[in-house]
Design a protein around this ligand. Structure first.
Ligand SMILES: [Zn+2]
Length: 97
């Protein structure tokens, strides 16, 4: 379960959790998202960059694609037909920052 809701200071925060070590990925620059390139539609896995090789080695039959985690919000915004500015405006009243 790579995306979880974690309570932080009484606020529900979505966090990416590493599928290898099961710890939260605290900085986008430290993580990747990965998928099975053999599938037309694949679930996403998250890994710390230092956990990536071990995670992939545990499933040698899977051909993983991997990308920088910091790119995922940009691609999601585009594929959800919204802008970053819209997302920030919606999130501010909910005090998610
Ligand atoms: Zn990890």
């Amino acid at each position: 379960m790579p995306i979880q809701i974690s309570m932080r200071d009484g606020i529900c925060c979505p966090v990416a959790v590493c599928d290898w070590c099961h710890r939260p990925i605290e900085r986008a620059a430290d993580g990747n998202y990965e998928w099975d390139m053999h599938q037309i539609s694949s679930p996403i896995s998250f890994t710390h960059k230092h956990c990536c090789r071990a995670f992939e080695a545990a499933s040698p039959d899977v051909l993983y694609g991997a990308e920088e985690l910091r790119l995922l919000p940009v691609y999601l915004e585009r594929n959800l037909a919204m802008t970053h500015r819209d997302a920030v405006q919606l999130a501010k009243p909910a005090a998610l920052f």
